[in-house]
Design a protein around this ligand. Structure first.
Ligand SMILES: [Zn+2]
Length: 301
């Protein structure tokens, strides 16, 4: 059921149907990208493994949703395929591919034989891990740069080199080779703590920049920086992974910022969003969606 706060307003709330904030928060984040209608989403079913009325991870739901929509649309392409345009259908992208899919290249260089093994993978979101020293605060830009920085594989982490036929020290590099229209960044706030023996939540404050530069490069082409602007932020409010509440911040039409919290829609400020930890202790950013800026948006000709 959709509830609109004022007639003709772009700001629409979604009623909580009993712990359905995992769905409402993601829908509200996606709808801000003007990609989907909320009605279409409400008609979609939840993942079978999600028990009715229990707390769920909103990101698990989002990945399930995007992957189901992609599969459904792919099936439709196959059924509607005519022999004359087999090639066209292969190149036809689904809505999810057009909007959220990017491509990443992983290279591993063996430090002994210098052989390079390369792999290309598609992604719909990038997970950002917190460094051990970030409890005082860190920016999204730093987290993203860290996740794309070369990583040395050594010790317990050594690489099984097929040329050497044994475990070797190696360097792993990840590059974005194709950028998505909507870049989804998931903060790894829920991690398994060995000392506790349970999933714990990391409260590290994160500064959210309004715009972001994503480095895109291939091994055969010069790198370029793609401009993005913040589109929505999904918040997890609560002390643990198994409890709490999700809601979304977004600026419809890139105007004023609103908090979409189940059926309640209230105005807020960009400062409360970008410096969330200063305003609340338990409420932390969890999923950020950035939208790619066109040249016109950036004011260049
Ligand atoms: Zn080797």
């Amino acid at each position: 059921e959709i509830q609109t706060s004022t007639p003709n307003a772009p700001n629409t709330g979604l009623r909580n149907l009993g712990n359905t904030c995992f769905m409402n928060s993601v829908l509200q984040a996606l709808v801000m990208g003007q990609v989907f209608s909320p009605q279409a989403f409400l008609e979609a079913s939840r993942p079978k493994r999600f028990d009715a009325g229990s707390q769920q991870d909103c990101m698990e739901y989002m990945r399930f949703l995007l992957s189901s929509l992609h599969d459904e649309e792919r099936m439709t392409f196959l059924h509607c395929q005519r022999p004359s345009n087999v090639q066209d259908n292969k190149e036809q992208k689904t809505l999810i591919e057009k909007m959220f899919r990017g491509q990443m290249e992983t290279s591993i260089t063996c430090k002994t034989c210098l052989n390079i093994s390369q792999n290309n993978d598609v992604f719909t979101d990038i997970c950002l891990a917190f460094p051990p020293s970030s409890s005082g605060g860190i920016s999204i830009t730093d987290l993203l740069n860290r996740s794309l920085a070369p990583e040395t594989l050594e010790g317990d982490n050594r690489y099984a080199c097929s040329i050497c036929g044994s475990l070797q020290n190696a360097e792993k590099t990840m590059r974005i080779v194709e950028e998505p229209e909507y870049l989804t960044l998931t903060l790894m706030r829920f991690s398994y703590g060995r000392t506790l023996g349970a999933i714990r939540k990391l409260f590290d404050p994160v500064f959210i920049p309004a715009t972001l530069l994503l480095p895109v490069e291939t091994s055969s082409s010069l790198g370029r920086a793609v401009h993005y602007i913040i589109s929505s932020v999904v918040v997890h409010s609560g002390a643990t992974a198994n409890s709490g509440h999700y809601y979304t911040y977004a600026p419809p039409g890139r105007m004023n910022w609103f908090e979409f919290n189940d059926s309640s829609v209230t105005t807020t400020s960009w400062d409360s969003v970008s410096n969330m930890s200063r305003h609340s202790q338990n409420a932390t950013s969890y999923v950020l969606i950035y939208e790619k800026l066109s040249c016109e948006d950036r004011g260049t000709t």
